[in-house]
Design a protein around this ligand. Structure first.
Ligand code: MGD
Ligand code: MGD
Ligand code: MO
Length: 736
């Protein structure tokens, strides 16, 4: 081909299909038009059904890629920490600084004083935190943090009750459901598997009854539900337990199922009927706690017990509360009482965002693994931990909710060590962490902070070294998921901007700079081919790369525990007893009053009955909005237009405070204060306010947040089972 022809070809616009998966749980197909090496337009899946159509974030990706605040070069701190002054350095100097600090801190204090914190970023297989973790572990290790932000209450409950976290069905199974209860779940906004809402729409058209139990009248409720029942946040376990009371009183429980597959229902029944503590957990008892009318509770219990099959979708938002694991345990128990576990159209009562289906076991050959972390190998077993799969959340000694506290107080505060170096990858610390002000205090304590980032976020401004990362359109990678099963090829559409590097590229350069042999000698393409080579499904790598997605078409929907139910003799549940453990001896052995062996309602701290409520009478929830994936996309103008950041409050609460829609209000408690516009609405129950999570903090000279970051208000606590309690916070609101 002549040079001229090549030039001409380049000038022609071409379209590349690329899967987009940035920490929302979805994986959608982008059709990326590229002209002269520049992304000029983004469309979405125009292929066969089921189409994996992109949401507003995917379609707005061009404004993320070419955002004016993209980091294009490595920078080092040139002023006081956090004041935002940086100077540009070469990659060579950046690698020198990084290598020097890693070695200095390791050799002076030991590898455990290097604190490595990572999160989702893109939910992809190759370019992620493992690249960095491998490097750190080859250098002697680091301290890990345990606890997912998302659903540790759910994981704990699943491991205790079902013995596995693999508890979900594929979403097409909704088409077999006669009834679907969306308990604290808003997939129209939170995706949690592409096409979840599409399957809900089909289920509704096919005649399924859909109920929403949520303090908010969500978009999902507005679109799909026949009924909406607002509930006081943090009280869900009480309502579920009262539903159990109704089923027991009316004899509606599936006793045969309970006898065959469960352990300890009698112990639970004693608690429910009040034989244990003298309190019968009646609908009237629950009404006083949850504000859901007793008749509604009884009606829902009867309907759920008698409409078969019925899918109870246990949202993970209600689990991110104090004692969130009790809510999840109660939901699984109810799914067992109604005989819906392992049956098409039912659910196990496990997390709404499941580890599910045929691709979830990473049936792919892994490209780059990490050796075990030398620091964690001999670490003592963590309190209240249950044996689970070798997933990341089982590592580490400090919980995510306690990270800032651990940095501030170190050994003297009872934590395993004093942390000196903070290495942040794919995470926005302290923006996404509970109690922002504590996070900012922690950042001042550290000797060195390095952050691998695409943007100069408010969190990155506290780092000593900020390294520019590419976005998903500047590298190749693989994404996959199980509940709407697919494998996605995340195709590179353009060259890295400026001097931005992929995770792998950066780590390979750092390894080489440090003279570390054996880190990796394979190219991105070789690694991706190896990864895909381990797949049972994708046979033709090049076709997969060209199409950008491989949609797995299953002969029938995947239903978790179907084997255990159909053939229990050969397929015990993976619990110690082989049964669904409504009563758990392992929990009893923990001897922790706040982790009872049967599911119980435990009143949250910062509940409506807390004496603090006199001063701070409103319960704050912090939901996930369609405009962002956490803090990602907050700086994208098209998405800012979708829903301006605001605090949502009920008209009654607004009126008593003289607040009108659009007024600026001050939201505060003892931990912090923000000034933000109010959205007055009847779509949120009285006594509850919502500040969607993820907005970038922007502190004024008085330390008041003007950016709308809810974590200026949240309490840095986790529940005994590990739940990140981002929906358990009391606040007051005043007209500003
Ligand atoms: N667009 C978008 N999608 C996302 C994300 C995102 O940031 N943006 N994040 C992804 C990630 S990592 C996660 S973990 C998930 C999070 O997904 P979820 O946790 O499901 O999302 P939330 O919006 O926080 O909460 C869901 C619902 O729970 C309700 N809720 C809150 N507290 C309570 C309570 O105590 N009881 C009851 N009954 N309901 C309650 C809220 O009103 C909300 O409607 O979403 C994923 N998907
Ligand atoms: N109050 C409150 N706080 C919450 C929550 C809540 O509901 N309420 N939700 C919690 C939950 S469930 C979660 S999962 C966490 C999320 O918390 P995080 O995962 O920490 O939040 P992100 O905003 O996704 O931060 C990812 C950062 O990594 C950067 N980045 C660097 N490299 C890459 C890359 O290769 N790809 C991508 N995509 N980004 C990269 C992005 O620019 C971004 O700044 O937040 C938690 N915090
Ligand atoms: Mo999450």
């Amino acid at each position: 081909m002549s040079n001229n022809q090549q030039k001409q070809d380049k000038a022609i616009s071409r379209a590349i299909y690329s899967t987009h998966a940035s920490h929302c749980g979805g994986g959608c197909l982008l059709k990326v038009h590229v002209k002269d090496g520049t992304v000029s337009r983004i469309e979405t899946d125009d292929g066969d059904e089921p189409q994996f159509r992109a949401c507003a974030r995917g379609r707005a990706f061009r404004q993320r890629l070419y955002s004016p605040d993209r980091l294009l070069h490595p920078v080092k701190r040139a002023g006081a920490r956090g004041d935002g002054r940086f100077e540009r350095v070469s990659w060579d100097e950046a690698l020198d600084i990084m290598a020097g600090q890693l070695v200095r801190v390791r050799d002076t204090y030991g590898p455990q004083s290097i604190l490595f914190k990572w999160s989702g970023g893109d939910t992809s297989v190759l370019h992620n935190a493992t690249c960095h973790y491998r490097l750190l572990n080859m250098l002697g290790g680091c301290s890990d943090v345990w606890g997912t932000f998302s659903f540790d209450g759910g994981l704990f409950a699943e491991l205790a009750t079902l013995g596995t976290v693999d508890t979900g069905n594929t979403r097409d199974d909704f088409l077999s459901s006669k009834m679907i209860i969306m308990w604290g779940w808003d997939p129209a906004n939170t995706v949690q598997n592409t096409n979840t809402a599409w399957y809900l729409a089909q289920a509704r058209e096919a005649g399924a009854r859909i109920i929403s139990v949520d303090p908010r009248y969500t978009d999902s409720a507005a679109t799909f539900a026949h009924e909406w029942h607002p509930i006081v946040p943090g009280t869900d376990a009480a309502m579920l337990i009262a539903m159990a009371y109704v089923m027991i009183s009316d004899g509606l429980q599936d006793q045969q199922f309970l006898d065959n597959y469960t352990l300890g229902f009698d112990r639970f029944r004693k608690y429910v009927l009040g034989n244990e503590d003298g309190i019968a957990k009646t609908p009237a008892w629950a009404e006083a706690i949850t504000s859901v009318p007793a008749a509604v509770i009884a009606g829902l219990a009867r309907e759920y017990a008698t409409t078969k099959p019925a899918a109870l979708i246990t949202g993970i938002g209600p689990g991110r509360t104090a004692y969130g694991e009790q809510y999840h345990r109660a939901a699984i128990t109810l799914a067992a009482m109604t005989g819906n576990i392992g049956r098409p159209g039912g659910t196990s009562g496990g997390r709404s965002w499941p580890t599910a289906g045929p691709t979830s076991h990473f049936s792919l050959g892994r490209g780059l693994k990490s050796p075990r972390n030398p620091v964690e190998i001999d670490a003592p077993t963590r309190k209240n931990s249950l044996p689970g799969p070798g997933i990341a959340m089982r590592r580490g000694q400090i919980n995510t909710a306690k990270m800032s506290d651990a940095i501030i107080r170190g050994k003297a505060g009872g934590y395993p060590t004093d942390y000196k170096l903070l290495y942040l990858v794919d995470t926005h610390y302290p923006n996404q962490y509970l109690n922002l002000n504590k996070g900012i205090e922690a950042l001042q304590k550290l000797e060195f902070i390095v952050c691998f980032e695409q943007f100069m976020t408010p969190g990155a401004r506290f780092a000593d070294l900020v390294l520019p990362a590419v976005t998903s359109l500047e590298k190749n990678d693989i994404a996959l998921d199980g509940a709407t099963p697919f494998y996605g090829y995340m195709n590179q559409a353009c060259e890295p901007l400026g001097e931005a590097r992929s995770h792998l590229h950066f780590c390979m350069e750092l390894a080489q700079h440090m003279g570390l042999d054996g880190y990796n000698d394979r190219t991105e393409d070789e690694l991706l081919r190896e990864i895909v080579g381990g797949s049972r499904d994708v046979k033709d790598y090049d076709a997969f790369k060209r199409d950008g997605i491989y949609k797995l078409r299953l002969p029938e929907s995947h239903v978790a525990f179907s084997k255990q139910i159909e053939d229990p003799a050969n397929n015990p549940f993976p619990t110690p007893s082989g049964k669904i453990e409504i009563y758990s001896q392992r929990l009893a052995d923990m001897q922790e009053p706040e982790i009872p062996p049967v599911p119980k309602y435990l009143e949250a701290w910062e509940s409506r009955n807390d004496p603090l409520a006199h001063m701070f009478p409103l319960q704050l929830i912090t939901t996930h909005t369609k405009r962002r994936a956490h803090s990602q996309y907050d700086n994208v103008p098209w998405l800012q237009e979708v829903t301006p950041q605001a605090i949502y409050m009920n008209a009654i609460d607004a009126q008593t405070r003289g607040i009108a829609d659009g007024n600026m209000v001050s939201v505060f408690n003892r931990r912090g204060r923000m000034i933000i516009p109010a959205r007055v609405t009847n779509r949120l129950m009285p006594g509850v306010v919502d500040i969607p999570q993820g907005a970038w903090f922007n502190l004024d000279e008085n330390g008041v947040d003007r950016g709308g970051c809810c974590n200026i208000l949240t309490r840095d606590e986790h529940s005994p089972g590990g739940a990140f309690c981002s929906n358990t916070t009391l606040v007051q609101v005043e007209k500003a």
